[in-house]
Design a protein around this ligand. Structure first.
Ligand SMILES: O=C(O)CCC(=O)C(=O)O
Length: 298
């Protein structure tokens, strides 16, 4: 079943280069349909009952308090972190081997681990400040990470038409030269769109007048973006709910690097410590995803 509007254009590669070349050149890639419909359906129906669904995933005890919530409270399930670790169906979807095979091919990483996973829901008619995802690059949130080759796989759980607010990318922004304005754009933690005005100013000052690239995406397709690629997404003005899972991935050589206290990542309190600092190879929170044969290993 398709929910696309007639006339929707689809997000497509910008040229005929190989996936890895496209990713290196433009900072993103969109795959064919690679996630099985059943896996999407299971997670989608779980998202519809998030406040009551029993957690049954590989749920590390260390997160129990952080993730505790009172299911009776009205709470916008806007952004749920550590999503794959809470529900087995999400873990199974997130571990779809083809996602990680492609992520490894694009990034050139020999091994990949989960850094975090999140569910992002845009309800129809939601005009709260959560309705859009502000322009940002993921590295703005990963200041304690040594790797600049981290990436995100974005998995919409349904056919996503343009009016549902699919992801949109500033193509090649991961390669923009390191000018002060570009540095400011890369540094702004604007996911919740609180710095949108500043971002617009810096974009204009950088001479960027191009609209970001977007388009409809079929259920089962996955988009990938580099951690320095600026991206965001618009409001869901359709009558349907838009759910997506973000799988944030780190290459095997990513390490914690000390920054200021306000730069700490949410992990830093929860992962095991090695030599006195957070260890991003802690397999409880950051399981290996590639190579698949070694999945679950230390
Ligand atoms: O859900 C969205 O629209 C954006 C997701 C996102 O920003 C990300 O995965 O990095």
């Amino acid at each position: 079943m398709s929910t696309h509007h007639d006339g929707d254009h689809y997000l497509r590669p910008l040229d005929g280069s190989t996936p890895a070349e496209h990713y290196q050149r433009f900072g993103w890639w969109v795959s064919d349909i690679i996630v099985p419909p059943d896996a999407l359906r299971r997670v989608r129906s779980l998202c519809d009952q998030l406040d009551t669904a029993e957690r049954d995933g590989p749920f590390p005890d260390v997160l129990r308090e952080f993730l505790a919530w009172d299911g009776s409270l009205p709470r916008p399930p806007r952004l749920n972190q550590y999503f794959a670790l809470q529900y087995q169906a999400v873990y199974d979807l997130v571990m779809t081997p083809r996602i990680h095979e492609i992520a490894a091919e694009l990034s050139g990483a020999r091994t990949l681990r989960i850094f975090n996973t999140a569910m992002i829901r845009k309800s129809p008619g939601d005009h709260s400040r959560y309705a859009t995802v502000g322009v940002h690059c993921d590295a703005a949130y990963w200041r304690t990470c040594s790797s600049r080759q981290m990436l995100t796989a974005w998995v919409p759980l349904q056919d996503t038409s343009v009016d549902m607010g699919p992801i949109r990318y500033y193509s090649a922004s991961h390669r923009w030269p390191d000018h002060p304005e570009v540095r400011a754009l890369r540094d702004e933690q604007n996911f919740t769109a609180t710095g949108q005005e500043r971002m617009r100013r810096w974009l204009a000052a950088s001479g960027i007048h191009d609209d970001p690239v977007t388009g409809a995406i079929r259920a089962g397709q996955v988009t990938f973006h580099h951690c320095l690629t600026l991206h965001g997404s618009g409001a869901n003005t359709s009558a349907r709910t838009r759910d997506g899972i973000s799988i944030h991935l780190q290459p095997g050589d990513n390490r914690y690097e000390q920054r200021s206290a306000t730069d700490e990542y949410v992990h830093d309190a929860f992962v095991r410590r090695r030599d006195g600092v957070p260890d991003y190879t802690d397999a409880r929170l950051c399981p290996l995803t590639w190579p698949v044969a070694a999945r679950g290993a230390g």
